[in-house]
Design a protein around this ligand. Structure first.
Ligand SMILES: [Cu+2]
Length: 508
């Protein structure tokens, strides 16, 4: 905050020292990040990274937002074991509004992971048995195909392991990359992993973890109850909720972030998307330094608003020079006031006179309260594309649907996953009854089923496909992998749909 201090000092002189300005040579807290860099450096940085020995082993400390694991003081490479568990949980999206979030570690955003440049990371991904979906993880900090996605594909009740070396320092997003990828990300499957540079990050007083995400629900903003995911709105990028740290109000009121006047603050800011780019701004502060896009090169200085891409990050740093409530927003401002993208950082203490010199006015939080519901969207006119003309067209269209909707569980080649998802390839269940197969897709399927002599006792969620889509996808399935080649028509689907079978509602 050198600039501001110089300006303050000049002001004091020009004002004939009419104001009593306390000394600005505060010790640790006020030193700029740059000044501190040398303290944490060590002498061995000249050795190439991969030539440095890996010493010892530790289990990563993982934290939920807004908390960040402690800084790494280690001066050598080590093996870091990361244990992360995926769970699908119903949590609060806003007052009276619940949502089934898919999480890395129980909340949105996922656990914060902190390692050091050069660390050998042994990653253990578990998928809780109660999950309905398989999941995986793509860490942008990984150098390697898919960022770990294929290696970590994990069915419910299973766990996977893979490892990587953290080659590049920086702040990286991780997310689920299981098809349909957009849906997994939209349900909250993202978090941040910080790879600290070898020389460490400069010390600060407070570090926070803030991550934005956009959500798409059947009901409009604020509509009460358990809200299912809306694929149509997600595709249109028409978000109902844009929030920090997984829910409206996660960082306001009693949940506000707190710090003291004089503190140096660092925020690790991520954006999970799936769709929207954040214009991240803290009302009443100027970022002294921004490590744009999470890269740890030379920071940009004196920044008002920084862009945080979907699937990207930024590190912002500032000193708290005066008391009051500072409001975190996405400055695409309707998102802040009408969709939830608001947080608060409350700063207390400090010298009253000095605080007044920095800012004399009164603060008023009330103006920042959300203004209520979003504008209604008009019901969409149903302009579906014309139905498939023949069996070939049905199969071609069905293939796309299969890959987007079914392949995540039944696998792209239809073989399923042992003990979790039954096969569709050469499946007796499928080939013996069109009606039962249609019913599974239209109504969902729960309880014990036997496919090719193997028992499965799991849940296939209701998928919300149209009659035309169900006809196409099943005709495709019947045409593949040694199945009996049946064609399924929309009329047949309509007939089965009319039989109102009680079946599970997967909530999506
Ligand atoms: Cu997932």
């Amino acid at each position: 905050m050198k600039n501001k201090k110089q300006i303050l000092a000049a002001f004091a002189v020009s004002a004939g020292a009419a104001f009593l300005i306390p000394s600005c040579n505060e010790s640790g807290a006020q030193a700029t990040a740059d000044e501190k860099k040398t303290e944490t450096s060590d002498g061995d940085l000249a050795t190439p990274l991969l030539a440095q020995p890996i010493k010892g082993e530790e289990v990563a400390v993982l934290t939920d937002a807004p908390n960040v694991p402690p800084p790494i003081t280690r001066k050598h490479r080590t093996k870091v074991v990361v244990n992360l568990e995926v769970t699908e949980v119903v949590k609060t999206m806003a007052d009276g509004v619940d949502y089934t979030f898919w999480t890395f570690g129980g909340s949105v955003p996922g656990k914060f992971i902190r390692v050091r440049e050069g660390d050998f990371v042994e990653f253990h991904l578990a998928n809780h048995p109660s999950s309905k979906m398989p999941h995986n993880i793509d860490l942008h900090a990984v150098t390697g195909p898919g960022g770990g996605a294929a290696a970590s594909f994990t069915a419910p009740g299973h766990k996977s392991e893979f490892s990587f070396t953290a080659l590049n320092p920086g702040l990286y997003v991780y997310h689920c990359a299981t098809a349909p990828v957009g849906m997994h990300v939209a349900n909250g499957m993202y978090g941040l992993i910080l790879v600290e540079p070898q020389e460490g990050l400069p010390k600060v007083d407070k570090e926070f973890y803030v991550m934005q995400g956009d959500f798409y629900t059947k009901g409009k903003y604020g509509e009460a109850g358990l809200q299912p995911f809306s694929m149509e709105k997600a595709i249109r990028e028409d978000a109902d909720y844009v929030v920090f740290n997984g829910s409206v109000g996660a960082m306001t009121g009693d949940n506000a972030l707190t710090a003291d006047v004089g503190d140096s603050v660092r925020m690790f800011v991520g954006n999970g998307g799936p769709n929207l780019v954040s214009s991240f701004h803290v009302i009443g502060e100027i970022f002294d330094r921004v490590y744009t896009e999470g890269g740890l090169g030379e920071p940009n200085k004196n920044v008002q608003t920084t862009l945080v891409p979907a699937g990207g990050s930024a590190i912002v740093e500032f000193n708290l020079e005066t008391e009051g409530t500072f409001i975190l927003v996405d400055h695409s401002i309707f998102r802040a006031f009408n969709k939830g993208a608001i947080g608060m950082l409350k700063a207390g203490g400090g010298d009253k006179d000095r605080n007044k010199v920095v800012y004399s006015g009164k603060t008023d939080d009330s103006v920042y309260q959300p203004e209520g519901g979003a504008i209604h969207t008009m019901p969409e006119a149903g302009k579906a594309r014309p139905a498939a003309k023949n069996k070939e067209e049905r199969i071609a269209r069905g293939k796309g649907k299969y890959m987007a909707v079914c392949s995540a569980c039944h696998q792209p080649n239809g073989v399923g996953v042992p003990a979790a998802f039954p096969p569709l390839a050469k499946a007796d269940y499928l080939n013996n009854s069109k009606e039962k197969s249609i019913s599974a897709v239209v109504h969902g399927l729960a309880g014990e089923v036997v496919v090719n002599g193997q028992k499965y006792n799991s849940i296939m969620p209701k998928l919300g496909l149209s009659d035309e889509d169900v006809a196409n996808v099943l005709t495709y399935v019947y045409s593949q992998w040694g199945n009996n080649g049946s064609e399924v028509t929309p009329d047949e689907v309509k007939a089965v749909r009319a039989k109102n079978v009680a079946a599970p509602d997967g909530g999506h």
